[in-house]
Design a binder for this molecule. Sequence first.
Ligand code: AKG
Ligand code: FE2
Length: 412
Amino acid sequence: MSNSHKIITNKELKDAAFGVISLVSTYDLDIKSLANGFIRSKTSSGAEVISNENQALNAFDCYLIGKQTVDNKEYLNAKQWLTEAVDRLDDVTSDEIIADIFNYLSFCELKIGKPSEAQKYGRLSPAIKPDIETNELISEIKVFNDTNSTSSGVRDKPIYRLSKNVYELCRGETLMNDSIVSKLKCFHLNTTKTPFLRLTRIQVEEMYKSPQIVVIHEFLSESETQTMISLSEPSIDRLYVSGKDGKLDVNGVNSRLAKGGWLYHKQHKRVDTISRRIGAITGLNMEVAEPYNVIKYSVGGFYDYHFDTPNSSNPFNHSARIVTWINYLSDVGAGGATVFTRLNVTVRPTKYSALFWHNLHKSGQLDRQTLHSGCPVLVGHKWIATKWIRFEGQEFHKPCDPYDQQSRHFIQ
Ligand SMILES: O=C(O)CCC(=O)C(=O)O
Ligand SMILES: [Fe+2]
């Protein structure tokens, strides 16, 4: 993240800083270790893993993350990042950046409720015009002195807009009731009825009963994962999600931090074979399905909670995505689980496996239990290829019953 790499744009630096911030809040990471290039995380068995990314951050990196953390209103964490920046100040850090660091530190102290500390930092950078308006600082000091407010010791509430239990789910904690867990099964799909699958053994693991969420183990081969990645890698670009007005939200990093692109069935024979297998398992018409959305999340990359299809008042809405199918193309060193926050389901990405679920009730209306999220990647990269299958063209495959509020089941 050094400022000496001119090729990196401000937007990319902002993204990287935001990624680090989402890691800190999700996995409760120690900022000092992170600044020194170490990521401490726990495996599902509880063992501690320390990954040395071998990339200690410099003063400018820590300043940039601190600044972004201030924008996120996480003042305790921001203070820590800025303190790390101060510890790393060297001859190449410009006076302007130094002044800015102390001004942001001062601002954080105010927000934390320590105006005297704020004044101390303020005095350290009087000469240069700071990024933050001086007037704003003065009036903040006044407010704090007047109200004698103290909010120190309160933990930052992260701006990363996830629901309450998502942090625990992302960390791999078990939140699901034993009574639900005990009913979940692992089984082999009876494929003798489907000629295309006759010679294949499809191992299914239920993650939830209703709505039915399942993992298909060993769904992909090594050559299939390689083909999907190598065909997509040259053209992947920063992904954005649609805002409320339907336009892409290119300024917001808050909801998705990833790169991706589209991969069409017809681009390669192997890709087409994968689609035909998905069609055989789900019983859906793949001719009309969307291309694969191949996504690469790097460290800090995530996808905030969302539904894959909007709720429509029309139960026969043809563009609704009835099924989501996610192919996991890589293992992930740590983090990066797919979590269903209303069902307490955590799915760890495992190379070659696939995850799928129904987004709609039989009536065609959105099943609001399917709210889900891609947790931030902590170590390594996460590659997935998502296929959203729309209602259009499926009328004869999965007919609708407008009065049926039950979840659909694909496989028993
Ligand atoms: O990255 C993940 O685990 C979730 C991806 C996802 O929700 C999607 O592609 O719709
Ligand atoms: Fe999704």
